[in-house]
Design a protein around this ligand. Structure first.
Ligand SMILES: Nc1ncnc2c1ncn2[C@@H]1O[C@H](COP(=O)(O)OP(=O)(O)OP(=O)(O)O)[C@@H](O)[C@H]1O
Length: 428
């Protein structure tokens, strides 16, 4: 069923100097030490499931993906794959640089065992998806820009409908238009029941795409289960690591202009975003963009974006703590009517928070512009417009006021002589 790992372990032989490999062979004397990159991996991904892998650099994710794809063998244990597999790893690594785009697609088809009409259909499907011109496809691939190269590689890798798909940061292939196209192809495969193993440093994408996830740490599966819990645990670990490394916690922008450093297209790979975040404005009875507000005030938020395309998109926003914990996030893709925005020009999104239930503390905003699937981030502005909330009217503490009701003792009863089992435990 799908893809499963049984007691998988991978160790690499590490040589201090390249020549030690030769000396070891000549002298028949061990000149290496073993580095255990992965151990005790045991889980299964079901058909139709998208399973995420998260973890810091060097944790062992790529090793696990390569073992899943069959490009390297585990030292111990085994992987079972039930179905045709496509791996979007090291895209284009098998290309012959001197050969044309067309010929490389024919080689790929031959590797899949395709001949005649089936080969022609494969090549046709791949070159159409790549959107490369006939002239480009006749040239050797070594003359391609890296974007063109990756587009053809992605198109070829997904031209045979896979039942198992291994994806490693492949969603950052090419420009925004192609990234969206690639993501749509992956989502379509998922909807048709493919088993997907998805590895990314983009935790937003892992959260939105994957039902379950594993956090790999030091070659071990540190945590595994429903995505939200796993990613949250990993984020908490990363924060602790960051604080430990930096000693002094990085300053959170304290003014709007400092916050703006995080805004904009530099976060987008491949150029200018097709929809750009412009501004966020908050309003309470006290005024606009107040840096301080009271708990339980009515507040409205207005976000302005500009679209340079007629493609539909969504806008999401989050209230965030300075340590980056999300307090609350929502987006137009979560509205009951799932209404998308579309059309070239400026758009305004307004949200009202009646009697906002934030308690005393410092908060910031994060805004995301997303494609129509709600997965791909087109533009974002994180940790902007800090504001402080003061809770002057109530004594409850914490981040937010939760609706609650005291059930015992009943209202208005003087129970000073009554003791319940809970009271005996010293709690109320
Ligand atoms: N061919 C190799 N020879 C020796 N050690 C290796 C080899 N490939 C990977 N390693 C080591 O194995 C460990 C896991 O590496 P891996 O590439 O799987 O990590 P990763 O989680 O994918 O990291 P990243 O997020 O940076 O891609 C690292 O310590 C790495 O140095």
């Amino acid at each position: 069923m799908g893809l499963s790992f049984h007691g998988v372990e991978k160790s690499y032989a590490v040589y201090d100097r390249p020549q030690d490999r030769l000396w070891e062979w000549v002298l028949r004397q061990r000149r290496h030490r073993m580095h255990v990159a992965l151990t005790g991996v045991e889980f299964a991904v079901q058909p139709g499931e998208t399973f995420g892998l998260v973890g810091e650099n060097g944790a062992g994710k790529s090793t696990l993906l390569k073992i899943a794809a069959g490009t390297i063998r585990p030292t111990k244990g085994e992987v079972r794959r039930d179905g045709r597999i496509a791996a979007l790893l090291e895209l284009g690594a098998g290309f012959h640089p001197e050969e044309s785009g067309y010929d490389n697609m024919r080689f790929m088809a031959a590797l899949h065992g395709l001949e005649g009409d089936a080969m022609s259909a494969f090549v046709e499907s791949a070159v159409t998806f790549s959107e490369l011109s006939d002239e480009s496809l006749k040239r050797p691939v070594k003359t391609y820009s890296s974007g063109m190269f990756m587009r053809l590689a992605f198109a070829g890798a997904t031209a045979v409908e896979p039942q198992i798909l291994i994806v490693d940061e492949a969603l950052s292939v090419g420009d925004m238009h192609f990234q969206k196209k690639s993501l749509d192809r992956i989502l379509a495969l998922r909807d048709r029941g493919a088993t997907i193993l998805f590895c990314s440093h983009n935790l937003y994408q892992v959260r939105s795409l994957c039902q379950r996830a594993a956090w790999i740490h030091g070659g071990l599966v540190q945590e595994m289960g429903p995505t939200e819990g796993v990613v949250t645990a990993y984020e908490a670990h990363e924060r602790r690591r960051y604080i430990h490394l930096r000693q002094d916690v990085p300053p959170v922008p304290s003014t709007e202009s400092e916050g703006a450093a995080h805004i904009g297209s530099e976060v987008i790979q491949g150029g200018v975003p097709l929809v750009k975040f412009l501004s966020l404005k908050t309003e309470t009875a006290e005024g606009v963009n107040m840096s301080q507000l009271e708990s339980f005030e009515d507040m409205s938020v207005e976000i302005e974006v500009e679209s340079y395309t007629s493609d539909p998109f969504h806008v999401a926003l989050a209230i965030v703590r300075p340590d980056k914990d999300n307090v609350f996030g929502t987006g137009t893709q979560m509205r009951a009517d799932k209404q998308v925005l579309s059309g070239v020009g400026r758009h305004i999104v307004r949200v009202r928070f009646p009697a906002i239930a934030l308690l005393s503390g410092k908060y910031l905003w994060s805004v995301y512009v997303l494609d129509d699937s709600g997965f791909q981030v087109i533009d974002m502005a994180e940790l902007i417009q800090p504001f402080t909330v003061l809770n002057r009217t109530r004594q409850e503490f914490g981040l937010v006021m939760l609706d609650h009701e005291w059930l015992s003792p009943p209202l208005g009863v003087n129970n000073s002589h009554v003791s319940s089992p809970v009271d005996q435990g010293g709690r109320i």
